[in-house]
Ligand binder design. Structure first.
Ligand code: HEC
Length: 332
């Protein structure tokens, strides 16, 4: 008897480990079909809203804390959120309320709790276009890594180049002795824009835009990339021009300096705005503005008092607003 208890005690941890290794949810069998069904149309190889792809383990890992449901934004912010704008998938004709079914949610929940193992089976048509990426050298990895500082570091040249224009304007129109400040902001800003471009290039690769193209019409990345480079080159060209205008009392040169400075400042602002759109999604200002000042009037207070279902009314309206904003942005 004591021996049996001893054996049981010894076996217990082994059994536990064995049980843990045996996960109930199998990603390829249980989870992948759900993602293919409900998400891949908008977050896959053909279309990747906000650059989010459910078939990419790395991207998914940014949103999931394996084993910790409440820390997984994927779950809390997009699948079970009360915010109709955030709920995924968005409402569609088949699923007018949006969101996943309780059954699907249960599987996703268990999958995250069991460690969110993501081994996307690439046998379907989904991954076809993707060739196996060649292994990266340490240098290439370092290059990509420094690119992560692009969003943070770009503010430096943006601010300097804008200040350059403001100082120059103040010195020309208000007679302040700020020409020298304007010139120094320009050259430092122009030089700072160069690493910002290099980091941006690496950051684009990190975000899966390694294939460089010049598709200015339909690719927001290309618009941002090439305008950023153009503005940087232009601001560098402006440095010697500004220098000679700064050193000489030549009225014509000063005008050229000022116009060039304005173009640089406007250009950097546009590039900065494009960058914001890439991070926050297209039309993020409009969306937030719409939330602040909804164009659809709020339900009539008097009529809703009498109705027993008055509490449901605002919820329904939110869904309608959500659909409208979806159709307002028809770009892709
Ligand atoms: C009909 C298209 C569509 C479907 C289907 C869809 N989404 Fe989205 N998703 C979007 C759009 C559009 C956005 C951007 C929303 C915004 O920025 O306001 C988005 C954004 C997201 C984001 C945020 C990415 C980021 O960081 O900005 C996540 C996460 C997400 N979706 C997950 C999912 C999941 C999971 C599914 C499947 C259950 C899904 N989506 C299905 C259209 C879709």
């Amino acid at each position: 008897m004591p021996l049996r208890i001893l054996i049981a005690i010894l076996l217990c941890p082994t059994l536990l480990v064995a049980a843990q290794a045996q996960e109930i949810v199998d990603f390829a069998r249980d989870v992948q079909p759900i993602l293919e069904n409900r998400c891949i149309d908008c977050h896959g190889p053909n279309k990747a809203k906000n650059d989010f792809r459910v078939d990419d383990a790395e991207t998914m890992s940014y949103y999931i804390e394996p084993g910790d449901l409440e820390s997984s934004g994927f779950w809390t912010d997009y699948l079970v959120t009360d915010d109709a704008d955030m709920l995924m998938p968005p409402p569609s004709p088949d699923h007018p309320d949006g969101g996943m079914s309780p059954g699907e949610l249960a599987i996703i929940k268990l999958w995250i709790e069991e460690g969110a193992n993501h081994n996307w089976k690439a046998n379907g048509p989904v991954e076809e276009h993707e060739e196996a990426a060649p292994p990266q050298s340490t240098l290439a990895k370092l290059f990509i890594f420094q690119g992560l500082f692009h969003p943070a570091s770009t503010h430096f040249p943006v601010a300097l180049l804008s200040m350059s224009m403001i100082f120059l304007g103040m010195s020309f129109f208000l007679g302040k002795p700020l020409e020298s400040a304007a010139f120094h902001c320009l050259w430092v800003g122009a030089l700072a824009a160069v690493p910002a471009c290099i980091m941006g290039w690496a950051y684009a690769m990190h975000e899966g835009h390694g294939n460089v193209s010049l598709d200015l019409v339909s690719s927001p990345i290309d618009r941002h990339r090439w305008l950023g480079i153009a503005v940087t080159v232009f601001s560098l060209i402006m440095v010697p021009i500004a220098y000679s205008a700064y050193k000489q009392e030549n009225y014509r040169k000063k005008i050229i300096w000022f116009v060039g400075c304005c173009l640089v400042a406007i250009g950097t602002s546009i590039v900065g705005f494009q960058g914001g759109e890439l991070v926050y999604g297209e039309g993020h200002y409009e969306k937030e503005y719409e939330k602040l000042f909804p164009s659809t009037p709020v339900a009539d207070a008097d009529t809703s008092v009498e109705e027993s279902t008055s509490e449901e009314a605002p919820a329904e309206e939110e869904v309608v607003v959500e659909e409208e904003t979806e159709t307002v942005t028809p770009e892709d």
